[in-house]
Design a protein around this ligand. Structure first.
Ligand SMILES: Cc1cc2nc3c(=O)[nH]c(=O)nc-3n(C[C@H](O)[C@H](O)[C@H](O)COP(=O)(O)OP(=O)(O)OC[C@H]3O[C@@H](n4cnc5c(N)ncnc54)[C@H](O)[C@@H]3O)c2cc1C
Length: 353
């Protein structure tokens, strides 16, 4: 006979998704645990730009972001811990083919979220350093947070609510009995739970493969270059540029972070670095969007894998018939801003009778 499970839910992975889910479940009074192989927020959450915005080309993702946004804007009231939100405004540059649908979505979202459709001239007037001949979406309330701080804050709050966080605990294997997943084998012994949630970010596809759990996820390496300006930068929005496949935001001390999804899908579980050929791509295509790029200096670059899925729609659901194993990941370089609502939705599924 199996021992009585010590947890109603055990979460594997202490990134932004695992910690947000832990906090939500602990608030609902569940006996909840989390196993993290290192310390909280050491995975791709540590490398995230933390851009928070609502508009996405897919309405489902916009819904997730719209529901998450108030949590981040008023973090202390929702989580009981303080985390700063830097409001920079946000610009989204759609591809020409996506303009019509994007405009329709702005009209739908605008009553709930402060969001404007700007013609090219409006963009250039508000931000003279932006080069554009086509429209963009402007979200004055967009900005960024520091994702590792946010994840640790979710963790602290969850602990106070009774959750147990097992750091330095590598999960090696899922444990099955009687047609259900009933726990995990770890570097410190077996943890038993009624239900298990896999929130391993870019480690998820490999982990699911090892347990013969079917999925449609993959990984991609994202590179971020750090640029510094020798003159004061002035106001600059965070941005996603789907025309040029770049994104970024202001960074401390008159700098910028510029992110580039590298198309490199060869997952490597360990530190990855920025590559100079990708920095050259960033310089070339970034210069066509921003006139400051040639006058700033590259001060370094870093990279991390994230977990991807078709259309970035991800998965936040059970993956077995017994509804004992759930997976939350696959939001294609964008899960930070969605995490509060993903946590709420997966918690709803886990607490459904
Ligand atoms: C460079 C970059 C920039 C980004 N910028 C943004 C942005 O601006 N805005 C936005 O919304 N999103 C952004 N994202 C996406 C977002 O940050 C990620 O989707 C999100 O952080 C993923 O969190 P996670 O919890 O799923 O994964 P992770 O943070 O990777 O957490 C998974 C955890 O599992 C642990 N783990 C792995 N294997 C095991 C094991 N066997 N046992 C126990 N623990 C294990 C890891 O140590 C890790 O802590 C960015 C991503 C990257 C890479």
């Amino acid at each position: 006979m199996l021992p009585k499970p010590q947890y109603d839910v055990l979460i594997i992975g202490g990134g932004i998704i695992g910690t947000a889910a832990l906090h939500t479940l602990a608030r609902r009074g569940l006996r909840v645990g989390l196993a993290e192989r290192g310390v909280l927020a050491q995975g791709c959450t540590a490398y995230s730009g933390g851009i928070v915005r609502v508009f996405h080309t897919d309405p489902h993702l916009s819904e997730l972001a719209a529901a998450s946004y108030p949590v981040y804007r008023d973090f202390e009231a929702h989580v009981g811990e303080s985390c700063s939100f830097t409001q920079t405004g946000f610009l989204y540059f759609p591809t020409a083919g996506a303009e019509l649908a994007a405009r329709e979505q702005v009209a739908q979202l605008a009553p709930r979220v402060h969001m404007e459709w700007w013609e090219a001239e409006q963009v250039r007037t508000a931000y003279p350093h932006v080069r554009t001949d086509s429209p963009a979406i402007h979200e004055p309330g967009g900005g960024y947070m520091i994702p590792s701080e946010v994840a640790r804050a979710f963790g602290r709050s969850a602990r106070r609510l009774g959750a147990c966080i097992h750091e330095g605990t590598v999960v090696n294997k899922l444990v099955r009995a009687g047609g259900r997943y009933v726990g995990v084998e770890t570097s410190h012994g077996v943890l038993f739970a009624d239900r298990v949630v896999v929130a391993l970010g870019p480690n998820t596809p490999l982990f699911l493969d090892q347990h013969q759990v079917p999925h449609a996820l993959w990984t991609q390496r994202i590179q971020v270059d750090i640029r510094k300006s020798s003159t004061p930068r002035g106001a600059h929005p965070a941005w996603i540029d789907d025309v040029n496949d770049l994104n970024g935001r202001p960074h401390e001390d008159d700098g910028f972070l510029i992110g580039y999804p590298t198309h490199d899908r060869r997952f490597h579980d360990g530190p990855v670095h920025g590559i100079s050929s990708h920095s050259s791509v960033i310089d070339a295509i970034g210069s066509s969007r921003f006139n400051w790029l040639q006058t700033t200096e590259r001060q370094g670059s870093y990279a991390s894998f994230d977990c991807y899925s078709d259309g970035g729609l991800g998965v936040a659901d059970f993956v077995d018939d017994a509804r004992s194993l759930a997976v939350v990941t696959g939001f294609s370089g964008g899960a930070f801003k969605l995490a509060p609502e993903l946590a709420r939705r997966i918690s709803n599924l886990l607490t459904e009778k």
